[in-house]
Write a protein that binds this ligand. Structure first.
Ligand SMILES: Nc1ncnc2c1ncn2[C@@H]1O[C@H](COP(=O)(O)OP(=O)(O)OP(=O)(O)O)[C@@H](O)[C@H]1O
Length: 214
């Protein structure tokens, strides 16, 4: 893990975002600014716009109106991968995808392998590296996706319900990992329904009907 860098110029903010599916607005004039080195929990009822908001922050979708100012490398941890179960992608492969396009110090290949092993270890999946995604439980898949996110060592880490379907121990471990990521200087934004994650976050944004209400 890299130490936090006070000269880090990463930045994430959103201004006056509006977004709709099929002409029906689901986000209305949403603005937010995120602080590097902290965890922000994005909370609110089902269908209130949390995932859509995070997708706009990540650039997966473009707003109908408003802007996202995003500086720094970004990693997005999605809840449901679009990978079909039949595809023979292993845990090792899933995490390795997170290292694509990255330069590793030391010997390049050795550095990459070390980073992958570390990320798998942090989510407690050591020993399951050769399992295919289809052979994992739902919670193990979630953890593999989290490892794919953290291996990127990105300045901005966005997560959509990383603790969904996890047992209490794994939810606790996920919270610890997010705290560790913030401690190295990352801007961490996490959609969650987990009350303990909301309580543990430095900042909380609450959505209702496509608007930030607190
Ligand atoms: N692909 C889509 N096409 C059409 N409408 C969508 C699509 N995705 C989401 N919506 C609608 O947009 C609104 C916001 O959905 P979103 O997934 O952002 O909510 P959420 O707060 O993340 O919900 P949850 O807690 O259930 O994950 C909802 O009314 C939802 O029905």
């Amino acid at each position: 893990m890299l130490p936090s860098d006070p000269t880090d110029s990463s930045h994430l903010s959103a201004r006056s975002l509006c977004f709709g599916y099929d002409g029906q607005d689901v986000l209305h004039d949403v603005s937010a600014r995120f602080t590097p080195g902290t965890v922000t929990a994005v909370a609110g009822p089902n269908g209130s716009g949390k995932s859509t908001f995070v997708e706009l922050l990540a650039g997966v979708r473009g707003p109908r109106r408003g802007t996202v100012d995003r500086r720094g490398r970004l990693a997005l941890v999605v809840q449901r991968p679009s990978t079909p179960d039949a595809l023979p992608v292993t845990v090792q492969d899933v995490v390795a995808i997170g290292t694509w396009g990255r330069q590793h110090r030391r010997d390049r290949q050795a550095g990459r392998q070390t980073a992958i092993a570390e990320a798998i270890g942090r989510v407690d999946l050591t020993g399951l590296e050769r399992r295919t995604f289809g052979e994992l439980s739902g919670g193990q898949r979630q953890r593999a996706l989290l490892a794919q996110g953290i291996v990127q060592n990105a300045e901005i880490l966005l997560l959509d319900e990383p603790a969904a379907g996890l047992d209490a121990g794994s939810r606790g471990r996920t919270r610890e990992i997010l705290t560790e990521e913030a401690a190295r200087g990352a801007t961490v934004v996490c959609v969650t329904h987990d009350e303990e994650s909301i309580a543990a976050a430095e900042h909380v944004i609450r959505f209702e009907d496509g608007r930030i209400v607190g």
